[in-house]
Design a protein around this ligand. Structure first.
Ligand code: PEP
Ligand code: MG
Length: 823
């Protein structure tokens, strides 16, 4: 006799596994086929219909499968999975409205005892009966602040995000609401728009909620209280965004075009090319539907599922190449793909007899028009994201092959979707010219992060440029010349050649050590976060990885990585560096970079709060696990350890004790050659450098944080960007204080952004710095700058800079010592 299978669908993989383990305890040796479809591939919360289909297939031995789900969108995903299943399987699958834990326990017992599918499902659905009869009726609404089902809770917040509730903050809001069992409605009290369901990205955006607008939140459902609290606290935190961003640049008028805007620096010269992305033959939209709404609906769901997988892949690639912040652009796309309002709209059109393609197109156009009608230009520009996702699904429905952005030369296009920008081939695409678009568009952000010179908003006339026509573009100034005269072209080429010549000379010698003319050896390393970045750092000439930001292991997930996972990640970085030393900085999060699984108190000044080593010392198990992983790797590779945000000697000693315990636990003694250092990011630490130098092997100055603390100017806040200049003589005094602590037992390094400024290399050497670590791209040129300097000149330069009244004077001093002209 075959047993009924059970599938557990949950947003959280650990939760699902723990529930299964609990249920299995109750089986007392009997067998039940229980499969899990929980969490997303990258470890984050979420449910995925394709995973559910796979789990059902595994659980199905022919007697049927009972599917148990946790909250909100788990149910939607399970319904979608049902749509995707073969007719023959679908008939024996039951989506069961049971409470997850209680339902799973009784379903497992029933299935393990040989009950049929109807009995297993009925048992599970009735699983609350015992608890109900024991505890009696639920108190009447109004007697309990917890917000029982039916009671409405109301709150309000003011939007603090400078761009309003645009795609990224709105995506976080929608994700949060969807993970709770509550119905949340939002109204923009300032404009009088709404109410709209907060679970729908497309509807939230149409609130037109801008900075300063008041938004009302109305919540009902079993988790109303949690939902309201979450939404209000997210709103107070600016939905995870830094809230001091600059005002958005308005996108150019689509009709009129205008002067091209600089969008990504660098010189691009080459033949104009159009992308080879296949255009969609819209004729298929006019063809009559198959006549079977169920079949049309299924076709659409399959297309959406395929696009979702594609977007998830691009998201992972973007996270690897340019970081989590940019990759989050794709979260909004993913949310649109299963936006309940949009999906419901499409379904009702299909049920009314329309074909899948037409229903999708019309529903998406409605959402797009909603965005376009918002008066705010930044939110208006998000209509492009809706169109991009809409087209991707349409292309899939039309059976078009995946877009390929195979462009050799300068890409000239109307606009690019983020997906297209992520697919551009860095080795072949020399520049990008867009007729429309804006520098703040997600595609422009990605192009910039990928280092391709670009101008945007160049006007529709650029679309008339014949393919093959020579185009020259300066993405730093916005200059664009089509079919340039010989002298203009020569000037562009000279600019490009000058940059390229210097770069290739530098690259040719990148692998050699960097010594000043009078023989002082300066180590030049790379700041990396991932094994891929480490692999790129070696050909870039890095002598070492002077800063490994280990946060990458911890961000974008719901639980901390365990020791083995961390060890594997650090080992891959060490292996990619091929014998070169790596400096693992222990976890530097908290405050401005919160982790969902390490909740910290809301802080009025997060940069002055529990971050860096302070957070790690409040969670010693976290630091202990990280150090154990690092120590294991240090037995096989040259590894240094570095503690961030150290302010007092006591913090250093406490961290050192955790390290000593980790060394004991690893059981092989102190790893040979392992050195221990601290980051100097706090002004007081720089001033106390000598005291620290007695206990560590190196000090690494983090000029990014040191600058913000020294000048009281928050990093990332454009309003104070002109104040936050690392060349301010006040900051340099602090670097000099750290430099004075250098001696035979203690090296002084710089790993903040200032290290990447080739013009500052001599100055830093003069301040006592002997190791510089930076983004891999800058390594070769900084090495050249070191080679053109001499210690004597560097000392003189440093003395003058320390006496300078302001950063501008220091900059002028550095301008007098460009690489190649040392005196
Ligand atoms: C710094 O503060 O200069 C630094 C290198 O650390 P991070 O930028 O990671 O805070
Ligand atoms: Mg820092």
């Amino acid at each position: 006799m075959t047993a009924v299978g059970i599938v557990v669908v949950s947003h959280s993989r650990p939760l699902a596994r723990a529930a299964v383990a609990l249920a299995e305890e109750m089986l007392h040796g009997r067998q039940a086929r229980i499969e899990v479809a929980a969490g997303l591939e990258d470890g984050s919360f979420g449910t995925d219909a394709v995973q559910i289909v796979d789990a059902v297939t595994r659980a199905d031995a022919g007697a049927g499968v009972v599917v148990l789900m946790d909250l909100g969108s788990a149910v939607l995903s399970a319904e979608l999975a049902l749509d995707l299943m073969d007719e023959s399987v679908r008939g024996r699958v039951v989506l069961c409205p049971a409470p997850l834990v209680e339902g799973l326990v009784v379903a497992a017992v029933a299935a393990g005892s040989g009950a049929g599918i109807a009995e297993v499902a009925a048992e599970a659905a009735a699983a609350l009966a015992g608890k109900r009869s024991h505890l009696g009726a639920v108190p009447a609404p109004g007697t309990d602040d917890a917000g029982p089902a039916g009671a409405e809770l109301v709150g309000a917040f003011t939007v603090v995000n400078p761009h309003g509730l645009h795609a990224r903050p709105a995506a976080l809001l929608v994700q949060t609401v969807r993970s709770l069992d509550a119905r949340v409605l939002l109204r923009n009290l300032t404009l009088g728009t709404g109410a709209v369901p907060a679970a729908s990205l497309s509807r939230v955006a149409t609130l037109g909620a801008l900075a300063g607008h008041e938004v009302e939140v109305r919540v009902t459902g079993p988790q109303a209280r949690e939902a309201l609290d979450h939404v209000l606290s997210l709103a107070a935190d600016g939905f995870g965004e830094e809230t001091g961003l600059p005002a958005p640049v308005a996108p150019p008028d689509r009709q009129q075009g205008g002067a091209p805007m600089p969008a990504a620096p660098g010189i691009g010269i080459g033949p104009a090319r159009t992308a080879t992305a296949p255009t969609i033959d819209l004729a298929f939209l006019a063809t009559a539907p198959s006549g079977d709404p169920a079949a049309e609906w299924r076709r659409l769901r399959e297309a959406i599922a395929a696009v979702r997988r594609d977007v998830q892949r691009l998201r992972a690639q973007a996270a690897r190449e340019v970081g989590e912040v940019e990759a989050a652009i794709f979260d909004a796309h993913l949310l649109l793909l299963d936006d309940p309002e949009l999906v419901a709209e499409v379904r009702s059109r299909i049920e009314a007899g329309q074909g899948a393609g037409r229903s999708w197109t019309e529903a998406v156009s409605g959402v797009e028009a909603g965005f376009a009608a918002i008066p705010d230009p930044y939110l208006q520009a998000r209509a492009a994201d809706v169109r991009a996702v809409g087209d991707q699904v349409l292309r899939q429905l039309a059976g078009a092959v995946e877009e390929r952005m195979d462009v050799e030369g300068v890409l000239v296009a109307a606009d690019l979707t983020p997906a297209e920008a992520a697919r551009l081939d860095l080795a072949r695409t020399t520049g990008v010219v867009l007729a429309y678009g804006s520098p703040t568009a997600h595609s422009a952000i990605l192009i910039r992060a990928r280092g391709i010179p670009a101008v945007v908003g160049a006007g529709p006339e650029v679309l008339d440029v014949a393919p093959g026509t020579l185009v020259a573009v300066d993405g730093g100034t916005g200059e664009l010349v089509v079919d340039p005269e010989a002298d203009v072209l020569a000037a562009f080429r000279e600019r490009a050649d000058g940059l390229a010549r210097r770069r290739s000379q530098a690259l040719a010698r990148a692998g050699e050590p960097a010594r000043t003319r009078d023989g002082v050896h300066v180590l030049v390393g790379a700041n990396v976060a991932t094994p891929e970045e480490a692999a790129a750092a070696v050909p870039a000439g890095a002598d070492l990885a002077g800063l490994v930001r280990t946060e990458f292991c911890f961000l974008g997930r719901n639980t901390a990585p365990d020791v083995d996972e961390q060890e594997a990640a650090y080992r891959r970085i060490a292996e990619a560096m091929d014998g070169r030393r790596i400096t693992l900085r222990t976890l530097d999060v908290g405050g401005d970079k919160p982790l969902a699984y390490l909740p910290t108190a809301n802080e009025a000044n997060p940069f002055l709060g529990v971050r860096g080593i302070r957070l790690a010392l409040t969670r010693p198990w976290l630091l202990a696990e990280q150090l154990l992983a690092a120590v294991r790797v240090a037995h096989d590779h040259p590894v240094d350890l570095m503690f961030p945000m150290i302010t007092t000697l006591d913090e250093l000693f406490a961290a050192r004790r955790v390290l000593d315990d980790a060394i004991k636990l690893a059981g092989q003694g102190e790893p040979p050659g392992m050195r221990v250092g601290i980051m100097v990011e706090v002004p007081a630490t720089a001033l106390k450098a000598a005291a620290f130098a007695a206990h560590v092997d190196f000090l690494s100055v983090g000029t990014n944080d040191l600058t913000q603390y020294a000048l009281a100017a928050e990093r990332g806040n454009d309003a104070v960007a002109s104040v936050a200049d690392p060349l301010d003589p006040g900051v340099l005094q602090l670097v000099a204080a750290a430099g004075r602590a250098a001696g035979p037992g203690c090296l002084v390094a710089v790993c903040g952004e200032l290290a990447a400024d080739e013009h500052a290399a001599a100055l830093l050497i003069g301040l006592g710095v002997r190791e510089l670590s930076m983004a891999p791209r800058a390594v070769a040129e900084v090495k050249e700058a070191v080679r053109h300097s001499s210690l004597e000149d560097a000392n003189r330069l440093a003395a003058r800079a320390l006496e300078a009244p302001d950063a501008a004077t220091v900059r002028a001093l550095l301008g007098g010592h460009p690489p190649g002209r040392a005196d």
